[in-house]
Design a protein around this ligand. Structure first.
Ligand code: BEZ
Ligand code: FE
Length: 304
């Protein structure tokens, strides 16, 4: 079918905007997506079976609750970050810590403390390196921000996240730390290992057909927010991981690579109340002032 005929056909399916409670935005989006889909079916000469296969795939992905995973793996979530960066640039917003994807594994309601939190439940402390992550939260002029909410979450040594992995205790490796009077936060936790897509899942099945792996490098996620500032969604990825620049979710970015330094000095070990060497990561954050001139960074999406 000619593209012009497809456009006419989709228009015919359009609802009369004058009638009733039409959502014009939804209508505009659906018409555009349908037009592009019909043209792709035509150009790629998809068989009917292939079209149904595609619909069945989306159904299965939804049933398995893997749509968020799929969006990350196909680069859609990273693409949204790049668009947000472009909007920031247009609005002249510079100097903040780079954003990167949230991913599908945030859980709201983690325990909240001021200044310091121990994030792990101790179940891995004999076998896994202890990690101290600390840093400051400042504005673009270098002023400290006291009371900024630093939400941190990460995987255990098997690459699994509490809540989604029911073998872990509630909110294990998930905490909210409010910065202290000096604008600093300290988290005591365990070294994470990079996430891998469920091998038998729908996302991995598609990645296999694309000749791609489904692995992420070791990383730690952040939401940082404070009244009057733009909420920052970010994460650092840890130097030395083989997937650092080969992340299936495309989240590693310049400015978001952290080095885990080995601390072996006995005075330092004692100061931290530990009995063995530990790892240390410094991650300082810069927040940008809130503005109406760029889209909000408070992203509404369904979360656990
Ligand atoms: C993660 O950060 O762990 C993640 C991100 C995207 C997809 C799946 C997991
Ligand atoms: Fe993650």
């Amino acid at each position: 079918m000619k593209h012009a005929d497809i456009e006419a056909l989709v228009k015919k399916m359009n609802v009369d905007t004058a009638k009733g409670a039409v959502d014009q935005r939804v209508q505009e989006v659906v018409v555009r997506l349908l037009t592009d889909l019909f043209k792709a079916i035509e150009d790629l000469n998809l068989s009917q079976a292939e079209v149904w296969k595609g619909l069945e795939y989306l159904t299965d992905s939804g049933k398995a609750n893997e749509m968020g995973l799929l969006a990350a793996g196909l680069g859609l979530e990273h693409f949204l970050d790049l668009r947000a960066d472009e909007a920031d640039e247009k609005a002249g917003l510079t100097g903040g810590t780079p954003r990167t994807i949230e991913g599908p594994l945030y859980v709201a309601g983690a325990p909240e403390t001021v200044g310091f939190a121990r994030m792990d439940d101790g179940s891995e402390s004999d076998t896994v390196d202890t990690l101290f992550v600390e840093g400051s939260v400042r504005d673009t002029e270098g002023n400290i921000i006291e009371g900024a909410k630093v939400e941190i979450w990460h995987a255990n040594s098997l690459g699994n996240y509490s809540f989604f992995d029911k073998t872990q205790s509630e909110f294990n490796l998930r905490r909210t730390i409010c910065t202290d009077a000096d604008g600093n936060y300290v988290a005591q936790t365990t070294m994470p290992v990079g996430y891998g897509c469920p091998p038998e899942g729908t996302t991995q099945a598609l990645l296999n057909k694309l000749g791609r792996h489904g692995n992420r490098p070791s990383h730690i996620h952040y939401f940082i927010s404070s009244p009057g500032y733009r909420k920052l969604t970010t994460q650092f990825n840890i130097e030395g991981d083989k997937y650092l620049w080969d992340d299936f979710a495309f989240a590693t970015r310049d400015g978001l690579v952290a080095t885990a330094v080995d601390v072996t000095d006995s005075a330092e070990i004692e100061k931290r109340g530990l009995q063995k060497p530990f790892k240390h990561i410094q991650f300082d954050v810069v927040l940008v002032k809130e503005t109406d001139s760029a889209p909000t960074t408070e992203i509404e999406r369904r979360r656990a």
